[in-house]
Design a binder for this molecule. Structure first.
Ligand code: HPA
Length: 270
């Protein structure tokens, strides 16, 4: 793995025209942010050695390096989901590469199903913590001390400082945000009603199929993390309706301008 990370980072360093300290995983709801990146350099995943290639509908795959306002950023357009069949090492490989390229802060977005009964469809949630229910752990196997410690602390995976900044930004823009615990699960099925109840009962506010592996590896690498989720459906007894990928995308597109605004202002304050 170390050799692969180094090979990929060396390749990218040879291509990159600038070296940002801020990384972004443009998950659902942040596509618009990509179009606001200026002085862009784009590198297709398929041209990058050792990079997996993304397959899922609605996610294309490239690295975008450029500027958001005056801040240099490196954004991943398209991420790798465990349900697509990638190993956890593949899902999180780009985060390892980001670290090797000098990324210090990682911003992540996703869509999820709300299980907190006070949540509404279209809410924006700042992720304050997570629960990992994926069947494979990204750090299982030999630990390379160069990459991080064997038993990483997870008591503050999501930066309190960035959460506090984001809340202030939301308030001054009169954007409603909620906060809570994101539970990561493998998918690709959405949850049964009983599973939503189960996830609520074990402490989740929202459920989704991404983010947790990337955040674990970012924390292991010493990268500061901020993540937000768009609540695209509800898994709350009495409020459960049929959910589809199209509906998730539709709601996420509607909420996208608010998430984009918060992320943009947060990046300006980093
Ligand atoms: N469950 C899991 N993943 C999701 C959901 C959900 O309800 N909504 C969007 N992504």
């Amino acid at each position: 793995m170390l050799a692969k990370i180094n090979e990929t980072a060396t390749y990218l360093k040879g291509k990159m025209q600038r070296f940002p300290k801020v990384g972004i995983i443009l998950g659902t709801g942040l596509g618009e942010l990509a179009s606001q990146i200026t002085e862009k350099q784009e590198i297709e995943y398929q041209t990058i050695p050792n990079f997996p290639v993304s397959t899922v509908e609605g996610h294309s795959g490239k690295l975008i390096i450029g500027k958001l306002g005056t801040t240099e950023v490196l954004a991943m357009q398209g991420r790798f989901h465990y349900y697509e069949g990638y190993s956890m090492q593949e899902v999180t490989f780009p985060v390892r590469v980001m670290k090797a390229l000098g990324i210090e802060t990682l911003l992540v977005s996703n869509a999820s199903g709300g299980v907190n009964p006070s949540f509404e469809i279209g809410d924006l949630m700042i992720i304050t913590d997570h629960i990992n229910t994926f069947p494979e752990h990204p750090l299982r196997g030999k630990n390379h001390p160069e990459l991080g410690v064997r038993f990483p602390d997870m008591s503050q995976a999501y930066s309190k400082e960035l959460i506090s900044k984001a809340k202030k930004i939301a308030a001054r823009n009169t954007i409603k945000v909620v906060e809570g615990v994101y539970l990561g699960t493998s998918g690709p099925t959405f949850e049964t009603p009983a599973e939503y109840v189960y996830f609520r009962n074990i402490g989740a506010d929202t459920v989704g199929m991404s983010t947790v592996p990337e955040v674990i590896v970012a924390v292991h690498s010493g990268i500061k993390v901020f993540a937000m989720s768009i609540i695209t459906d509800l898994g709350v007894p009495g409020k459960i309706v049929e959910v589809s990928h199209e509906e998730v995308q539709h709601i996420a597109n509607q909420v996208q301008p608010k998430m984009t605004q918060i992320m943009k202002e947060l990046i300006a304050e980093l």
